[in-house]
Design a protein around this ligand. Structure first.
Ligand code: ADP
Ligand code: MG
Ligand code: ZN
Length: 617
């Protein structure tokens, strides 16, 4: 009987730690109850089983007043609750049947685990508290030792990114290929007396792959990649930024050859002496330090600094001097072919249905940056997962494009007066766009809300619109006003709504430049840019009017007349096609979305049948 109790005890201790862990994990979700086993026997059943000799082992537990009973034909022991400790009836019966029985000191299998689990949770909680306090103490301590500047830059020994991961920007890649060679085999250049450039400036809008490119250069050259963001230089205390620059270059020198990447350099590299109240001392010091460091390290030491910005116009000219960022490479948003290449790169690690045409996606996404395209495919993959499909299909991709452009899809309105008004408004846009020559084709019109919009009319720009003619711009203004025009024609002047606010803003942003920049009004081809940016307030705020009030009012008259004429023609198109719109409105309300092709087909069909209806009537 001794051996038996040992066996049970051993079993508990060997699995104890695993059980503790399980209990900790489980407790946070379900809180194990000290629940009785379903397999329990009643006391009388136990007596019965002993009498009929069905029991092979019994272990008595004095603490919980239980007997743990193993039946002949079962492996899993059962529990029996006893009335009292010295149950003479049971013991004598067991003696009589010559049964193997022992006494266990364990409370139960689950009990110690529960207790330990709770203690563990408590410790965990205390630990978290201590950490929180430490952190708070650190944060306040930081103010005290700012001079030391804890390094804020990041270092990657290997970026693991190569030129293959960067798609589309071929010219930039070619130019930067040389930088890779500078880092890898500087002798090639130094042996013929060439000086290796210190800095390269990448200029371009956000998400075009500047950071990616810099990482790819480091990856191709196999050198460490140091990076810091301009905004991380700028801190509350004067001198912190400068000391960070010093630290960064010190570390870089220790690790040469290497690449230093400074993101958002415009945050520190703005023209000096232009801040409010005579300049931002901190930023100036940081910039001065940066310039000193860049002059300080010998050429050919194998450090190359790459900086990125999206606005070169605000940079201090001292940064652009030879010997600093003397190479500048512009990266623009990708065109059709480049978008296709970027999509191909990002499609590689995704399961995409064979019928999906990356070309069609590239065509639908003018103005998307590389980051937008990467995000687009990721959104599509998320949709696919959510819909429990195995492959990304065109439906998910189209939904993702809509989402990236216009925001999250909302629930459609129920049929009501306002739904009807929105339907007329959207059809106003769609009809004018379809019937105006020179407008890009309708992609779809929908009453499913997205983001801020309650309904949307989409167009497909069928080519890259580098140049737009006057008539194309006018067509765009007219279709944009089509929504408001429809509201007015159908519901009357007093019923027009606030729904056209966005449209009106857009119209103004097209008509204004037509007059002031493109010379497309009666004022003639004169550049009348309304305000000129100055660097007076760091380049952002100081806008100063360049021309007299008289000219300003003449510009105003011209803009008004463009918008007024376009509105007139929008109203005219809608009035003339009132019956067609009434016909389409019911279809749109019922289907909620009409695709461009179908929309054009519906119009064609209607116009074909119209004469017949007229003669019949
Ligand atoms: P930037 O630094 O210009 O703002 P990033 O380099 O951070 O842009 O780009 C963000 C992400 O967008 C990248 O990680 C990459 O996934 C994607 N991306 C951007 N441009 C490209 C490109 N030309 N080729 C492939 N992927 C790109
Ligand atoms: Mg970046
Ligand atoms: Zn509208």
């Amino acid at each position: 009987m001794k051996s038996l109790s040992k066996k049970v005890a051993n079993k508990t201790s060997s699995n104890q730690w695993i059980l503790v862990w399980c209990a900790v994990v489980l407790q946070s979700f379900v809180f194990l109850p000290a629940k009785a086993n379903e397999q329990n026997l009643s006391y009388s059943q136990l007596i019965e089983k002993i009498k009929t000799e069905q029991v092979s082992e019994i272990l008595l537990d004095p603490i919980t007043n239980r007997a743990i009973v193993t039946l002949n034909n079962e492996k899993q022991p059962r529990e029996v609750y006893l009335f009292q400790q010295n149950n003479s009836e049971l013991i004598s019966l067991m003696r009589q049947k010559n049964l193997d029985f022992g006494v266990s000191s364990s409370v139960s299998d689950v009990e110690p685990v529960r207790v330990m689990g709770n203690i563990f949770l408590l410790l965990l909680f205390l630990g978290a508290l201590v950490m929180l306090f430490r952190r708070a103490a650190n944060a306040s301590g930081q103010a005290m030792n700012f001079g030391k500047s804890r390094a804020r830059f990041h270092m990657e020994a290997k970026t693991g990114i190569t030129f293959q991961d960067v798609a589309g920007i071929e010219e930039a890649k070619e130019e930067l290929q040389e930088v890779v060679t500078f880092l890898k085999q500087p002798e090639k250049f130094t042996s013929v007396g060439a000086k290796i450039p210190r800095g390269v400036l990448l200029v371009g809008p956000p998400g075009t792959g500047k950071t990616l490119m810099a990482k790819a250069i480091a990856g191709e050259a196999g050198v460490p990649f140091f990076s810091i963001s301009g905004s991380e230089f700028v801190e509350m205390f004067v001198g912190v930024g400068a000391s960070r620059v010093r630290d960064l270059f010190k570390k870089a020198k220790e690790n040469a050859p290497c690449l230093i990447f400074i993101d958002e350099i415009d945050a520190v590299g703005r023209q000096r002496g232009t801040g409010i109240g005579g300049g931002n001392d901190e930023r100036e010091q940081t910039l001065n330090q940066l310039l000193t460091e860049m002059d300080g390290f010998e050429r050919n030491t194998g450090i190359i600094v790459i900086a990125a910005t999206n606005r070169m116009d605000v940079l201090d000219t001292a940064l652009l001097r030879p010997g600093r960022f003397d190479r500048r490479i512009t990266i623009d948003n990708p065109d059709f072919k480049e978008r296709l290449a970027i999509l191909e790169v990002h499609a590689q690690n995704k399961k995409i249905a064979p019928e999906v045409s990356l070309e069609a996606i590239a065509r639908r996404t003018p103005g998307f940056s590389g980051a937008d395209l990467a995000n687009l495919l990721n959104e599509a993959a998320i949709f696919t997962g959510r819909r429990r499909k195995l492959e990304i299909t065109m439906t998910e991709i189209n939904d993702a494009v809509d989402r990236v452009i216009a925001g999250m899809e909302g629930t459609p309105l129920v049929d009501s007066k306002s739904k009807r008004l929105i339907a007329y408004h959207e059809l106003g846009h769609a009809i004018v766009a379809t019937l105006m020559p020179g407008h890009y084709p309708l992609e779809k019109v929908t009453l499913i809300p997205r983001g801020q919009a309650k309904g949307l009319t989409w167009y497909t720009p069928d080519e890259e619109m580098y140049l737009m003619s006057r008539s194309q711009l006018l067509a765009q203004i007219t279709s944009t006003l089509g929504g408001r025009a429809a509201e007015e024609v159908i519901f009357g002047e007093d019923e027009v709504t606030t729904g056209a606010a966005q449209d009106i803003q857009q119209v103004t942003s097209i008509a204004g430049p037509m007059v002031t920049q493109f010379g497309m009004s009666d004022l003639g081809p004169i550049f009348l840019e309304e305000s000129k940016e100055t660097v007076f307030l760091g380049g952002d705020w100081g806008k100063r009017s360049e021309h007299s009030e008289e000219i300003a009012s003449r510009i105003d008259v011209q803009v008004r007349s463009i918008v007024k004429n376009c509105y007139k023609s929008a109203k005219q198109i809608i009035t003339e096609n009132r019956d067609l719109i009434d016909y389409l409105v019911d279809i749109l309300i019922e289907k909620e979305t009409i695709a461009g092709d179908e929309f054009r087909r519906l119009i064609a069909e209607y116009q074909e049948n119209k004469p017949k209806i007229l003669t019949l009537g």
